[in-house]
Design a protein around this ligand. Structure first.
Ligand code: NAI
Ligand code: MG
Length: 394
C-alpha cells in the first residue's frame, strides 16, 4: 500500500521549494500519494485561521507532513489583512507552526548541521602556512520543541494573583517597586518527561551513529531549575547507555567552542530557546538557510521542514532563484523517519556530488545578492539545482 504524505506548501517560496522536493522523491523511486494541506497567511486572511481544522485532521490521519514555509506578520498587520467580513469577530493570529507543534506534541526537533565538502559557504580555517582546512562538520542538534520560553506563559503587567504568588519568592524583592505595566515576565517551563524524551532521542541517535555521547547546551549554573533538570535527566539516562558520555558546557561557552572547533561536536541537546540559537549558529557554518533542514517528531505525527521562512521578496521571481536543498534534505529526513534510509542516503549523496562538482550553484552559494540578475553571474535556478541533484541520483 502506498503511503500518504500531507504536503503543506504554505506561503512564498514554500510553494516553490516543496514541489522540487517531490520531484526528487519521485526520482529516487519513493512512491507515495500526496494530499494538499492548507496552511499559512492566505488562510488567516480568508478564514481567520492559518491552520484550518481540515489540515489538522489530514495530519492526524496520515501522520507525516512535508512542509514548506509560512509567512507571519505582527499583530496589527494580521488584523488589518484579515478579510473585512471576518474583522471585529475576535479572530486572533497564532503561528500555525507553533500551533502544529503543540497540537501534535511534536516535541523532538532534529536539526542536522552537516557540511558538504566543497560548499563555498562552509566554515574553513587557515593553517600557519596559509593553507586552508575545511573540517568535516557532522552535528545533529536535538531541540526540545514545545516547552521553555515558547510555552507562551507570559504577561506584561501580570494579574494580581500571579504577582502576589511571585512575590513569595525572595528574589522578587529586587522587583517589588516596579509598576505592573513596567514588568514583563515570560516563563521558562521544562517538564521532566519532555527532558527525558529529548535526551533519549539524542542518545539513540548517538548510539546508532557510533558517537561517544551527547553534549548538553544549557546553563545550569544560572538557570538552575530548568537547565538543571535537563542536565540531571541526561546524567540519569546515560546509565542506560553504557560506555557513552554526557558532556555539558554552558550555552554561551559552547557557542564559542562550536564556532571555533565545530568538528568536535556530533550530538547536541538543548531546550527550545537555546536549541533554536545553537542550531541557527551551527547552520551558519555549513551553508546557512539554503541548507538547513529539520524534523519535528512527536509520538504519532512528524513534520519535516526547511528552517528558512517564506522569503516573500523572492516568491514571484521567475525563474526562481532560491536554493531547494534545505527542502530536499527535509524530505530526506522524512525518508529516514519512515524506514527509507537507503533512499534518503542516495539523495544526500547526490546533493554532495552536485556541491563537490561545483558546476551548479544557486545565488546563495555564490554569495550574490538575491534578484533577477543573479543568473548573469552564473547562479543556477531553483529548478536547475533540482535537476542537477536528480541527475546525480544513483
Ligand atoms: P526567510 O528565511 O524567509 O528569509 C531570510 C533570507 O534568507 C532571505 O531573504 C534570503 O536571502 C535567504 N533565504 C531564505 N531561504 C532561502 C533559500 N531557500 N535559498 C536561498 N536563500 C534563502 O526569513 P525572513 O525574511 O525573516 O522572514 C520572511 C517570512 O518568513 C516572515 O513572514 C517570517 O515570519 C516567515 N518565517 C517562517 C518560517 C517558517 O515557516 N518556518 C521561519 C522563519 C521565518
Ligand atoms: Mg530560528
Amino acid at each position: 500500500m502506498k503511503r500518504t504524505i500531507v504536503a503543506l506548501p504554505g506561503d512564498g517560496i514554500g510553494k516553490v521549494v516543496l514541489p522540487e522536493s517531490l520531484r526528487v522523491l519521485k526520482a529516487v523511486g519513493f512512491e507515495a500519494e500526496y494530499v494538499n494541506g492548507d496552511i499559512g497567511w492566505d488562510f488567516w486572511c480568508s478564514e481567520g485561521n492559518a491552520l484550518p481544522q481540515r489540515t489538522i485532521d489530514l495530519l492526524a490521519k496520515h501522520q507525516i507532513g512535508l512542509f514548506g514555509a509560512i509567512t507571519s506578520k505582527p499583530k496589527d498587520k494580521a488584523a488589518a489583512e484579515l478579510s473585512p467580513a471576518l474583522q471585529g469577530q475576535g479572530h486572533q493570529y497564532y503561528s500555525p507552526i507553533v500551533t502544529m507543534r503543540q497540537h501534535f506534541d511534536l516535541d523532538i526537533c532534529m536539526r542536522p548541521c552537516i557540511s558538504f565538502p566543497g560548499n563555498p559557504l562552509n566554515f574553513v580555517r587557515r593553517r600557519p602556512n596559509s593553507q586552508i582546512d575545511e573540517p568535516k562538520i557532522n552535528a545533529m542538534i536535538f531541540r526540545q520543541n514545545t516547552e521553555c520560553l515558547y510555552a507562551g506563559v507570559e504577561w506584561t503587567n501580570p494579574p494580581k494573583n500571579v504577582r502576589d504568588t511571585l512575590e513569595t519568592h525572595p528574589k522578587m524583592k529586587a522587583f517589588q517597586h516596579v509598576p505592573g505595566e513596567d514588568l514583563a515576565i515570560s516563563c521558562r517551563i521544562f517538564t521532566r518527561n519532555a527532558c527525558r524524551r529529548i535526551v533519549k532521542a539524542a542518545f539513540d541517535y548517538a548510539k546508532a551513529g557510533g558517537f561517544k555521547g551527547i553534549n548538553i547546551a544549557e546553563k545550569p549554573n544560572v538557570v538552575r531549575e530548568t537547565s538543571g533538570m535537563m542536565l540531571a535527566e541526561a546524567k540519569a539516562i546515560a546509565k542506560d547507555y553504557p560506555g557513552m558520555g554526557v558532556w555539558d558546557a554552558n550555552i554561551d561557552a559552547m557557542m564559542m567552542w562550536l564556532t571555533k572547533n565545530p568538528e568536535d561536536y556530533n550530538v547536541i541537546v538543548a531546550g527550545n530557546m537555546f536549541g533554536d540559537i545553537v542550531s541557527d549558529g551551527f547552520a551558519g557554518l555549513v551553508g546557512g538557510l539554503g541548507f538547513a533542514c529539520s524534523a519535528n517528531i512527536g509520538r504519532e505525527v512528524a513534520v519535516f521542514e526547511p528552517t528558512h521562512g517564506s522569503a516573500p521578496k523572492y516568491e514571484k521571481l521567475s525563474p526562481s532563484i532560491v536554493n531547494p536543498i534545505a527542502m530536499i534534505m527535509s524530505a530526506a529526513m522524512m525518508l529516514d523517519h519512515i524506514g527509507e534510509k537507503p533512499r534518503a542516503d542516495r539523495i544526500r549523496t547526490a546533493i554532495a556530488a552536485v556541491v563537490a562538482e561545483g558546476k551548479t550553484r544557486t545565488y546563495d552559494m555564490l554569495r550574490l545578492t538575491g534578484g533577477p540578475e543573479v543568473f548573469k553571474h552564473g547562479a543556477a535556478t531553483t529548478q536547475q539545482m533540482t535537476d542537477a541533484i536528480i541527475a546525480k541520483l544513483r
